[in-house]
Design a protein around this ligand. Structure first.
Ligand code: GLN
Length: 194
């Protein structure tokens, strides 16, 4: 099983290192056709407006739609969450709409207000706290009925799943806690025929 990490901008390398730590093979995805070779995709944090421009330039949108329609799992962190949401506000911008949530950008303050914390999670192995780093993170303002909350911070859901789509407002790849990447790798194993 090989996972792809979208490598247009942002902290894709830290996701690859986190996957390395749990023994999961990964490859950088810089061109749409490289999606054909991977069983799941990580969309990293970065700057969602810049990512959108680059995705447009390299004509990623139809390939991502095809990837999604094939049932292969996608995990978006921070800017990746924003790109996967059904709606984005403050300001509004285009998004893929693969998960039925509304994301509000930069809702936890500016870069200098970035913070590290821990919060309750239930990722299938019983409830336990996980470490989280928030960097100009989005807030999930609305959840559709098909969306399952998985991790909370101050009573608010910060990681959620709908079918084969997983999103986190925080950066699990910047902590030494591999629980979130392990959870996503298990989702891919469950869905994978390749
Ligand atoms: N604030 C960024 C955005 O709106 C996301 C920040 C991040 O990915 N760390 O795209």
């Amino acid at each position: 099983m090989k996972l792809g990490v979208l490598a247009l901008q942002g902290d894709f390398d830290m996701h690859r290192k986190a996957l390395d730590r749990i023994g999961v093979e990964s490859a950088e995805v810089r061109l749409p056709e490289q999606l054909d070779d991977v069983a799941g995709l990580v969309m990293p944090g970065g700057e969602s407006t810049t990512l959108l421009k680059l995705m447009d330039t390299w004509e990623f949108m139809p390939a991502l739609k095809k990837f999604h329609d094939s049932g292969r799992p996608i995990f978006g962190t921070c800017a990746g969450l924003i790109l996967l949401a059904r709606e984005v506000e403050r300001p509004q911008q285009f998004s893929l709409g693969f998960i039925d949530i509304t994301a509000e950008r930069n809702a936890y303050g500016r870069q200098k207000e970035s913070f590290e914390t821990a919060g309750p999670a239930d990722l299938g192995q019983g409830p336990r706290p996980i470490k989280m780093i928030f960097i100009r993170a989005p807030r999930i303002r609305r959840f559709g009925p098909g969306v399952t909350p998985l991790v909370h911070h101050n009573g608010e859901c910060v990681m959620a799943r709908q079918g084969h789509i997983l999103v986190a407002a925080f950066h699990p790849e910047l902590t030494d806690d591999t629980a979130v990447h392990t959870y996503f790798a298990d989702m891919v194993r469950g869905a994978s025929t390749r």
